[in-house]
Design a protein around this ligand. Structure first.
Ligand code: IMP
Ligand code: MG
Length: 198
């Protein structure tokens, strides 16, 4: 591994959490710099609009926590939780709402925040659901865009990074529920993708 990559492990150097990481794709400092810029842009665009920031559990919690602290105007935050129905979900985006919003969004300015958009099917389904509640506006802020896999065109008002079509973990993104708590985004070693017990 290159020196620059090893350095980004920082305090995690040598820890069990990073022993299966092959390569850092987005270092922690680049994530934080970009999120600060997104927060500034959102603060300007939504000034005086009393927006609601909406996220989908669980992957988004790391991004949304840092983004919210980079926003300098009053905002409200709410979450939805979904579960996939079946294998077909991957083709249709159809999901079951496990936890709905607590705040009514009719007539409100809603900014939907996601960690990663891949095919766009899940996001499209959720946006249709929210749109039916007649918000004053509904825009999307996504941290990672894997545009080469997109099946549905969804306008992204704010975007953090373009990612190649590779499976990555960290900063909320999981492999079998693990690695979400990495402060950077990285690639797993091939044998880690096979040997996981769950
Ligand atoms: P899609 O846009 O409907 O294909 O679904 C995107 C979802 O797939 C995200 O919410 C993630 O849960 C998951 N996902 C996509 N790419 C990755 C990845 O590289 N690592 C981990 N999860 C991913
Ligand atoms: Mg997700």
């Amino acid at each position: 591994m290159k020196q620059a990559e090893r350095e980004d492990f920082g305090a995690l150097e040598g820890s069990e959490l990073v022993e299966n990481i092959k390569e850092v794709v987005v270092p922690a400092v680049e994530l934080q710099t970009r999120i600060q810029a997104l927060g500034r842009a959102i603060s300007v665009d939504y000034a005086g609009k009393d927006p609601i920031i909406v996220g989908v559990l669980k992957g988004v919690v790391f991004f949304i926590a840092d983004l919210l602290r980079a926003i300098t105007i009053p905002v409200e935050v709410d979450f939805i939780a979904v579960s996939n129905y079946s294998v077909e979900t991957r083709q249709t985006g159809l999901v079951r709402l496990e936890k709905d919003l607590e705040i009514p969004i009719q007539g409100r300015h809603v900014l939907f925040v996601e960690d990663v958009i891949d095919t766009g099917l899940t996001l499209n389904y959720l946006l249709q659901n929210l749109k039916a509640r007649q918000p004053a506006s509904l825009e999307v802020c996504v941290l990672f865009d894997k545009s080469s896999n997109r099946l549905i065109n969804i306008p992204l008002k704010y975007k953090g990074f373009d990612l190649p079509d590779r499976f990555v973990v960290g900063y909320g993104l999981d492999y079998r529920e693990k690695y979400r708590n990495l402060p950077f985004v990285g690639l797993l070693k091939a044998d880690a993708l096979k040997k996981s017990p769950h």
